[in-house]
Design a protein around this ligand. Sequence first.
Ligand code: SF4
Length: 359
Amino acid sequence: MITDQVSVSDTQTRSPRLWIPERVLFTPAALDEDWGQQILKRVQSLNLPIEELSQNRLKGLRGESERDTYNIAKRTLAVVTAPPSSFKLSPIPPSADWQFHLAEGCPAHCQYCYLAGSLSGPPVIRVFANLPKILENLANYEQQGKTTSFEVSCYTDPLGIEHLTGSLAKCIRYFGTRTNAHLRWVSKFDAVDGLLDLPHNGNTRCRMSVNAAPISGKFEGGTASVASRLNALRRLALPQERGGGGYPIGLVIAPIIPIDDWQMHYSRLFEQINEALDFDCNLTFELISHRFTPGSKEVLQTWYPQSKLEMDEAKRSVKRNKFGGTKYVYEKDTMKALRSFFESEISRRFPNAEILYWT
Ligand code: SF4
């Protein structure tokens, strides 16, 4: 609950952006899990159309074209169990030591989506009913004598589905009980009321992904506005005695794109951030320039055939990873100009904030 010491923007909060799926599918295995039953109760209380499947495989989600398949999948929530392979975690530098997943798929429609090409099949939003087992497994990855960090937003926007699952709150509570493990999540949604009173013990860093207005307005369909995300972040960061969540917070500025007048547009974004975070807080920045791979470009072009997002290989530099994969990033001089602008703006405006990485 926000108290008297709030900014004007706190009092002007609109209803949060909530995704409502057209259908919710439950596999038999998901219904056998206590956490699956908890999700069932939530979606029943929202009067959503529920289908109990007779088998554990998801079928019938394809339309006549890739675009139809996209539309069907993005309106569907499937409650399933995470496969055994998800109990073997992968590292996720530079964001965190390890990644784990409470869901795969995202209800938003960003035309540069990071999931394109990383998840196979229709982009249905699958949430995992065996979350307690997924959390239990994390202790095996905690390193002795140091804090181990875990990222939970690599394959989903965990806040975007929180009203349907409660899974992010479950993760935050779990990490609140650990002495040497930290949780990190990031979102473009804003429904944070249910997170403010959780016993997080400072072990969760909540981040919002933000961008300059022309980029956010054009390419980030189905998300909360940047102003709403910043207001949500403010509420997460405000001390609990001021009605906030008292969390460490972060901003992920991504994907950074050198649009016309980019310095002016990103300066305006920094002004908005300044206004929203006008109090002392534990703040980090992560800076990610736009990139694409041949695979992600191909998928994005079927999902968003009319998109004006620039993905011209001729204007980019090629970056190869150690597995032989190819990425297209901005050319050296552009990267240098962007990086130096962001680093100097942040150190000037937010001298106490830490920049975790530029990529
Ligand atoms: Fe993709 Fe993230 Fe946008 Fe969701 S919020 S559509 S995961 S880029």
